[in-house]
Ligand binder design. Structure first.
Ligand code: CO
Length: 503
């Protein structure tokens, strides 16, 4: 055993423990904290962020890394130990570039800004959020400057935090290729004379019954409730905060079946990935974490959309829904329900967007973020820039900022560079699923029988169990035999569109 490796992994474990504490505090903040505790919570967050940063930038880690890098260099590039050292080096290099005061300020600001955003959105007042956005944009510009890039685009420094190794020029190339194909298909679907019976999803679905049903679905696809739970929050999310503790949240609307259900299935997809990551003896090591947010999102979108909106899934689940919701949906047929689950209509809210328009929402944010970080756009001009692009790219007049630039939590939380990973996730998901079908055969027949374990097992052994051993691009190549392409997503969407909308 190499001499510096074990002490280095002990450091990694300490950092992971501290991080999981910060994550628990953050989870509480979003799910159960009384609003008057916000100021003190911001102090707690800031204190923990500074402490974590101090520990993560301890020069001793740098020395251990130098030695360990040397020790493991004769091993294969994707060996567990080399991957751990490589990822720890990456984290260390990023962390030492940021001053501790800056990290604490960022944490305090975003913690307060998130609460300001929630109020601003509720009151539909961009003016209330604007000073916070200005502050955060200026902090993120500073952060991009500290981190630096080799591409000349400061935004890449932020993107790299979420999608290691990815650069905006490449993302833009993928998006540019995808956009005209999506717009063409969307036009055909929207112009179709066939309309989804959305009225079915707009009946009254009592919250307690929705909770029961979401739980049944999460359990059916393999979520382990003895190692996780579901709570409520304004903005649904999943937190794999610790081994044996994967938590997700959802929000309920009694007049909409889809929001909470598909939201929960989405977070369940994230949660299944977290539950499938390497555990002891690797807990706390870099290799026990996810590759990137794009790969993470591929897991959520796969379960939410490709599985959860398939006819076969509902062949199994609709009878269970009828047991729970009783007379509300007694009259509904499988075909009607399946069509309602695949209603396509350009709309304002990203998290409610159908699969055909979703990526257009992302492209808009991706462009605005680059302009904000690059200095071509200022916070004050975000609403007009948003509305103008929305009209041009999605074809609708945005009625209020709450339905426009105030809808997402991300910017208040300082998560610039994050949105692009959602669209990458859609692309990865379709490509992985195409391969899973080749490898496993008739998945639809399995879903119709309620058998989701074969697919989950495939995801576990091809993706989850590797943790952070590979970069996203390498994993895609390894699992599917080719580089990321928009073709699988477009093939999938065309086949759905032709079955349901006759295009
Ligand atoms: Co997600």
């Amino acid at each position: 055993m190499p001499s510096a490796y074990d002490p280095l992994m002990a450091r990694a474990r300490d950092l992971a423990i501290l991080e999981s504490v910060a994550s628990l505090v953050g989870y509480d903040e979003r799910t159960s904290m009384p609003s008057r505790a916000a100021n003190w919570r911001a102090e707690q967050n800031s204190y923990l962020a500074r402490l974590l940063h101090e520990r993560a930038t301890d020069p001793q880690i740098g020395l251990l890394l130098n030695e360990a890098t040397d020790d493991v260099k004769s091993q294969p590039a994707d060996s567990e130990q080399r991957a751990n050292v490589r990822e720890m080096q990456r984290e260390y290099d990023r962390a030492v570039k940021l001053p501790g005061d800056f990290v604490a300020e960022m944490s305090r600001t975003t913690s307060l800004a998130e609460h300001a955003w929630a109020e601003a959105r509720k009151e539909n007042s961009f003016a209330k959020f604007q000073p916070w956005l200005e502050k955060i944009v200026s902090l993120k510009r500073r952060e991009a400057g500290y981190i630096g890039t080799t591409t000349g685009n400061p935004y890449d420094a932020l993107l790299d935090a979420y999608e290691p190794g990815e650069v905006s020029a490449n993302v833009a190339r993928v998006f540019d290729a995808l956009r005209p194909r999506l717009v063409e298909l969307l036009g055909k679907v929207v112009g179709s004379s066939r309309k989804a019976p959305i009225e079915i999803f707009e009946r009254t679905y009592p919250k307690t019954l929705q909770q029961q049903f979401a739980r049944i679905a999460a359990e059916a696809v393999g979520f382990d409730f003895s190692a996780g739970r579901i709570d409520e929050s304004v903005h649904p999310f999943c937190s794999g905060m610790a081994p044996g503790d994967t938590r997700m949240t959802t929000r309920y609307d009694e007049n909409s079946f889809g929001d909470a259900f598909f939201g929960t299935l989405h977070e369940t997809g994230h949660a299944l990935y977290e539950q499938g990551l390497p555990k002891e003896p690797h807990a706390g090591q870099p290799i026990a974490s996810s590759i990137s947010l794009g790969i993470h999102e591929s897991q959520s979108r796969l379960w939410e959309n490709i599985v959860g909106r398939s006819r076969a899934f509902w062949q199994f689940m609709l009878p269970k829904a009828k047991d729970i919701f009783g007379p509300t949906i007694a009259d509904v047929t499988l075909d009607q329900w399946h069509f309602a689950a695949n209603h396509v209509q350009p709309s304002f809210i990203r998290v409610e967007a159908d699969e055909f328009t979703y990526n257009l929402h992302i492209m808009l944010r991706f462009e605005l973020e680059q302009a904000l970080i690059g200095g071509q756009l200022e916070a004050a001009d975000v609403p007009s820039a948003w509305n103008e692009r929305f009209k041009k790219q999605i074809g609708l007049d945005v009625p209020t900022d709450a339905m426009g630039c105030l809808q997402d939590v991300h910017w208040s939380a300082g998560l610039f560079g994050y949105f692009a990973t959602y669209a990458l996730g859609n692309l990865y998901a379709a490509q992985f699923y195409e391969q899973a079908r080749k490898d496993l055969g008739d998945l639809d027949a399995m879903f119709a029988r309620g058998e989701f374990a074969p697919l989950l097992g495939w995801l576990r052994s091809n993706i989850h169990k590797h943790g952070k051993r590979y970069r996203a691009a390498d994993l895609v190549q390894r699992v599917t035999g080719r580089a990321l392409s928009a073709d699988p997503l477009m093939t999938y969407l065309w086949s759905k569109a032709s079955a349901l909308y006759g295009v």
